[in-house]
Design a protein around this ligand. Structure first.
Ligand SMILES: NC(=O)c1ccc[n+]([C@@H]2O[C@H](COP(=O)([O-])OP(=O)(O)OC[C@H]3O[C@@H](n4cnc5c(N)ncnc54)[C@H](O)[C@@H]3O)[C@@H](O)[C@H]2O)c1
Length: 324
């Protein structure tokens, strides 16, 4: 079975591609490689191109598409909202339509739990949405326009992914994700920055668990469905999460507040993915924290690589005219 992964050079993609290879898939890895050439072309076909412009022929003979390409968080999405819209929504809407036209049978769309925005109760897939940022709005619009492409020959699966964490052990790392950022700050400054006011809820999931769930979607027959991707017991309030990570690292909690109070807060139910996919995450935040800390201390992972804070790197590319 041949699979095209877009955004394959990203944090999730660089974990997913080797996993798909291990499972015996033929992989085409498409990416603009904004963060450098993060994938080697050993055993896969690497295509440096853009979801907005790539020739449809890339989809010839492809059975499944996992569409990850995006400006991948809220702050990056606000740098140039029109560009965000053109990549995250229009670019992936284009790939989904081309996939259907070229006879692909399975299409997987990576959305985000950020479509829930702010809510007091626990959100499941049938809950109302409340996207607060360009990034979240583009994801929701993508879901709404791509899901109806489903028919008996073309199956769309949408994953609303929780906030990811963990050391991918690849050439792409993200220290803009909260758990990874806490660990980096502890190791480099002995003090973490917590976004005000710390009571906001977020669901979390390890990057290896995400890759596993995405690969499972290729094997299931779920048609035209949305799944929250994460686990019920990894919904945390941000201050409590800071306490957990502190304990896991054997540190004293030393922190400062930053930002204005976060308007985003959501707790999410993951019952559907557990029941329909049998998906139960294997990894926990505490284990990932120790792993990231060890990798930084041993020199394996550079905490100051400028590409690892996504929004800052996209600002640099924009200033150089390289994010077109
Ligand atoms: N990491 C998370 O916490 C998280 C949570 C929810 C959803 N997601 C979604 O998962 C997907 C992957 O996220 P990630 O964490 O790996 O982000 P990432 O930024 O590491 O990877 C995104 C990749 O897409 C590529 N890309 C961007 N624009 C492109 C374009 N026009 N054409 C081709 N390639 C392009 C980038 O070069 C990058 O390699 C994204 O859609 C993101 O919104 C991520």
């Amino acid at each position: 079975m041949k699979v095209l992964v877009t955004g394959a050079g990203g944090y999730i993609g660089t974990v997913l591609v080797p996993l798909l290879l291990e499972k015996g898939y033929d992989v085409i890895a498409l990416d603009r490689f904004f963060f450098g050439r993060t994938l080697e072309d050993k055993g896969i076909k690497v295509v440096e191109d853009d979801v907005r412009f790539v020739e449809p022929d890339i989809l010839r003979g492809v059975d499944g598409v996992i569409d990850l390409a995006a400006l991948s968080n809220d702050p990056s999405g606000e740098l140039d909202p029109i560009k965000t819209w053109s990549i995250n929504y229009l670019g992936r809407f284009r790939i989904a339509n081309l996939s259907k036209r070229m006879g692909v049978r399975k299409y997987v769309f990576s959305s985000s739990c950020s479509v829930y925005g702010f809510r007091e109760d626990v959100a499941d897939e049938s809950s109302s949405t409340n996207p607060l940022t360009t990034y979240a709005k583009a994801n929701l619009k993508g879901e709404r326009d791509i899901l109806p492409l489903t028919d008996k020959n073309f199956s769309v699966t949408v994953f609303r992914i929780a906030t990811v964490y963990g050391y991918a052990r690849t050439k792409r790392m993200r220290f803009d994700l909260v758990i990874n950022a806490f660990v980096r700050d502890f190791i480099t400054k002995n003090k973490i920055s917590i976004m005000k006011d710390g009571t906001q809820w977020r669901p979390f999931v390890h990057v290896w668990d995400v890759a596993n769930a995405l690969s499972l979607a290729l094997e299931k027959d779920e048609n035209g469905e949305i799944f929250n991707l994460g686990s019920d017991d990894q919904n945390y309030q941000i201050f409590d999460l800071a306490v957990r990570i502190t304990k896991a690292l054997g540190k004293e909690l030393n922190y400062e507040w930053y930002g204005s109070p976060d308007k985003r807060s959501y707790r999410v139910s993951f019952k559907k993915i557990r029941e329909k996919f049998g998906f139960v995450p294997k990894y926990r935040a505490e284990d990932a924290a120790r792993e990231i800390a060890d990798a930084i201390v041993s020199g394996e992972l550079d905490p100051n690589d400028p590409r690892y804070i996504t929004v800052n790197w996209y600002k640099t590319l924009l200033a150089k005219g390289e994010l077109i």
